[in-house]
Structures are given as C-alpha cells and as structure tokens.
Design a protein around this ligand. Sequence first.
Ligand SMILES: NC(=O)c1ccc[n+]([C@@H]2O[C@H](COP(=O)([O-])OP(=O)(O)OC[C@H]3O[C@@H](n4cnc5c(N)ncnc54)[C@H](O)[C@@H]3O)[C@@H](O)[C@H]2O)c1
Length: 274
Amino acid sequence: MALHEKTIVITGAARGIGRACAVRAAEEGADVVLIDIAGDLPEIPYALGSADQLEQTAQQCRKNGASVLVATADVRSRSAVSSAITAAADRFGQIDALINNAGVGAPSGKFAHDFTDEEWHAILDVNLTGAWHVITAVAPVMVSQRSGSIVNVASTAGLVGYRHFAGYCASKHGLIGLTKAAALDYAPLNIRVNALCPGPVRDDPAVDGQMTSVVADALGISYEEQEAVYLESVATDSLVDPADVAGAAIWLAGDDSRKVTGTVVPVDAGFSAR
Ligand SMILES: NC(=O)c1ccc[n+]([C@@H]2O[C@H](COP(=O)([O-])OP(=O)(O)OC[C@H]3O[C@@H](n4cnc5c(N)ncnc54)[C@H](O)[C@@H]3O)[C@@H](O)[C@H]2O)c1
C-alpha cells in the first residue's frame, strides 16, 4: 500500500475529485484529514459540498480502514484552516501529504471586463489565496518533520486560456506559479510541491461530481453539449474520471515520486498534447 502509516490532508473532500482522492488514500493505507466548507457561499452561483456529502466521504474512508478527522473550514479563512491543521497535527502527530484540492469553477461565463470586483475576488480568494492558506498551515508541520508532499490541484486552465473563464484561468495559472516557487523554497527541507492539472473531468455520480455541469451552466449550454465540446478537445475517446486524477494525486503524495518536485502534471486525456 503506497500510503501505509501516512497521514494525508485533503481539502474539498466532500465530493468530486476530493472524495476520489480521499477514498483512494484510505485504500492505500493512509489516515485522512477531510476538510471542506460543507456549505454554500453567496458569492458562488451553485451549491458547494454539503455536510452530508462530507460525512459520506468519511464513511467510505473508514470502511477502508482509515482513521478519519473531519474538519469544516472555509479555505478563504486563514484562522479556520490553521485550526483544522492544528487539530490534525495533534491527532495524528504528523502530516505527510496535502492534496490541496478545494476550488470553485464559477462565477465565470463572461468577458474578462464584465467580472465585478466581488466575482473576481470570490474565485481568486478560494482557488489561489485559499490554497496558499492551506500551505501556510501545513508547511510548518512539514518543515519540523523535514518531510512532506504538497499536491496542488490546478487545471488545464492553469496551462492555457479558456474563453469566458478569465477569473478561473488566472487563479489556476497563479496556483502553478505558487507551486513552482514553493517547490524551490522547500526542496532543501525535503518537502516536495507539485501541481496536478486535470483536464475535462466527467461528472461521475459515484463521487457526486458536478464541475462539468457548473461549466455548462456558466456558458448557458446543456451538460451534453459541454461534454461534446470536451470530447472534441481531448485525444482519447472518453473524458477523465475523478479516479484518474486521484491515481496521479496519490502517486505525487507518496514516496514513489520522491524525486519529483516543482512539476506540473496534466491528467487530461491528451488535451495539452495538441
Ligand atoms: N472537474 C473538473 O472538470 C476539473 C478540471 C480541472 C480542475 N478541477 C479542479 O479540481 C478541484 C476539485 O474540483 P471538483 O470537480 O471535484 O469540484 P466539486 O465542486 O465537485 O468539489 C469541490 C469541493 O471543494 C469544496 N470547496 C469549495 N470552496 C471551498 C472553500 N472556500 N473552502 C473549503 N472547501 C471548499 C466544495 O464544497 C466541494 O466539496 C478544483 O480545484 C477544480 O478547480 C476540476
């Protein structure tokens, strides 16, 4: 088991890619710290993960033998994140990896100049500043251990532009920059930092996935139309599954990738090969 006796923190763990990562980490022998806002935000135009969904993730992890700590925290709040990570370090005595996954796909669906200040800050605050908040809380624990792996879940929207997704693209490009700089900061301390770039991910009901629906709603088209656009953009004949992203995240979190740091790993069904 790739993560035997390790403690892994996963943000955005209530559903989707976060749930897939958490369950896979548990299957690989890890104890898990599941962080999610578990509630909605007025600035975000769709329902975020719920307390019930977070509990479902926890139950699936426990079924796989993991010890689980559940923490409700908004990654925009440095103090809430700090409390969750302090509780995790107290409970498990170590944090071996962070899967920094919490993120939002909207407000989107408009020209760059049409974003209001509130919309712009909403997406940047969660996807970029939020991810930085989690790093600020986890890094001191890893520095004192002289070991750790941080996996920032960016996107192919961190590699190229997507029309009418300026805020999202800016946040994910920023996250990749943060990844590279932090990798250089922490390399001498045996802490690795990498970015994962999921490409078009199917809304898998098994993990309550819904990001492709969020993208379709932002663009005012149906799920089927968005799926067809995505299928056209990839090299394979099917979209990425949350489980595919989880497989790469677990590899980056564990020791098999011990010489891998500062990299940007697409899991995108060939999207970025074009
Ligand atoms: N699904 C895709 O197609 C896709 C593609 C590329 C990248 N990504 C990235 O993968 C990550 C996960 O996406 P997903 O598809 O699983 O989305 P999702 O909406 O299904 O899950 C995201 C989770 O993050 C939580 N979250 C959102 N804002 C939060 C906050 N402020 N504080 C704490 N938790 C918060 C939500 O409650 C939810 O449980 C995101 O960073 C997303 O940008 C997704």
